[in-house]
Design a protein around this ligand. Structure first.
Ligand SMILES: [Zn+2]
Length: 151
């Protein structure tokens, strides 16, 4: 910081890099492009004001997000990082739909598999029940006949 080599910001702005330069911790001289892009999009004065409002322990994250936003703005001058956000939101909703469809298919397969198994297992019982029913119905019919005969 400071000393002989100015930080990337001060070098670009052609000013003396002081010991308490607000940019120096985040914009080292070996990465001039990092400051150049945020300066182009937000302006050095705005970045300085934004960083001054933040506690020191949050400034690194703020610089990272500013650099990300600036890069996105340069890549996509119309939507910036909103373009990336809406693209990802679309992906999330498409994946949610795919997940819902897959869950519905699983339910359908489970429902299709369960009844045949139970029918197969109950098949002999069903047949005997059917036999019993027919025989009992015959009995009933016979008894009805006999009743009709009685009356
Ligand atoms: Zn500086």
């Amino acid at each position: 910081m400071g000393g002989n080599t100015p930080c990337a910001s001060c070098k670009l702005l052609r000013r003396r890099c002081s010991q308490d330069c607000i940019f120096a911790p985040f914009f080292p001289p070996d990465d001039p492009q990092k400051f150049a892009i945020v300066h182009k999009v937000f302006g050095a004065s705005n970045i300085s004001k934004m960083l001054q409002k933040l506690p020191i322990n949050q400034r690194t994250d703020a610089v990272s997000s500013l650099v990300y936003e600036a890069n996105a703005r340069v890549r996509d001058p119309v939507y910036g990082c909103v373009g990336a956000i809406s693209y990802l939101q679309n992906q999330v909703s498409q994946l949610k739909m795919q997940l819902a469809v897959a869950q519905a298919e699983i339910l359908c397969i489970q429902m299709q598999q369960e009844p045949p198994f139970s029918v197969l297992q109950q098949d002999p019982d069903d047949l005997s029940q059917f036999m019993d029913f027919t025989s009992s119905s015959n009995v009933i019919q016979e008894s009805l006949k006999s009743e009709s005969l009685w009356t």
